[in-house]
Design a protein around this ligand. Sequence first.
Ligand SMILES: [Zn+2]
Ligand SMILES: [Zn+2]
Length: 292
Amino acid sequence: LQSTGIDLKKCLVYIGTKHGKEQVLGAALASLGIPSRVAAVDTDVFGTFAGEVERSGSVRETLRKKIDAVFFAHPEAQVALASEGSFVPHPVFHVVYSNHEALLMAWRDSPVELYVDELSLQTNFSTIKLRNNTLKDSEERKILESFLDQVKFPEHGLILKVTEEGGPVAKGIQSLARLEIEVAKALSSAPEATVTLQTDMRAHMNPTRMGVIAKAAEKLVMLLSAPCQSCKQFGFGPSKSYRGLPCRECGNASSWTKEVLWSCPHCRYEETRPREDGKTELDPWNCEFCNG
Ligand SMILES: [Zn+2]
Ligand SMILES: [Zn+2]
């Protein structure tokens, strides 16, 4: 088994981000003494939350494209870090949205890649439709005000659209005065006499999302500080999960994770480990056979 001999402290990490994410990502790397800088890459071409550019491909594929764009824009860069966020119905609690944030760190001339992700129910992702009398009618105004409270405006920004599918006519709205002006302007040109007010999910407009990115960054720090027992290099962590946690009642293998494969991205040393929460059996009320 061979080590790659990468010295983390000598790695200048190019962070491909447009929306201030280097605040948390750079700080996380700095906590380990790893220097970083922002890469001049327009990550919006890989998709935007506001819908101007549709995302395509899996999270991992999008991250890989962002990494490649950083290496292309900076021929001198040896290490790149990219991030990708999405807002999806939670896998278990389908009715609520969750924020998925993923990070990929990659080396130019090496197959070594570090991937971490964080799924959080902490998100203000939300939408409201406004009509012509929203700003005038006191009842309608109350509904708008409770929406603004709920999405933590104005610390969290808003965007405005005239159709749900189209791109925004205004972004980064962070004051009531500007909101009123933009809504009135948009309503006067809206074909359906309604406009859609939506949370701005760009990291610099959304402290809640920035917090979830920070959680993902903590996981990256843990991975960067986890040495492989075989080659002593960083990055030893979970890479694959095996389903089949048996039900305590009926004993059937469920779709829940039973064991996790931990591997080293440098020398490929592997180890199968039990679940981190120590669960060896599934509670019957979660069992698809007992409840099927
Ligand atoms: Zn190793
Ligand atoms: Zn069962």
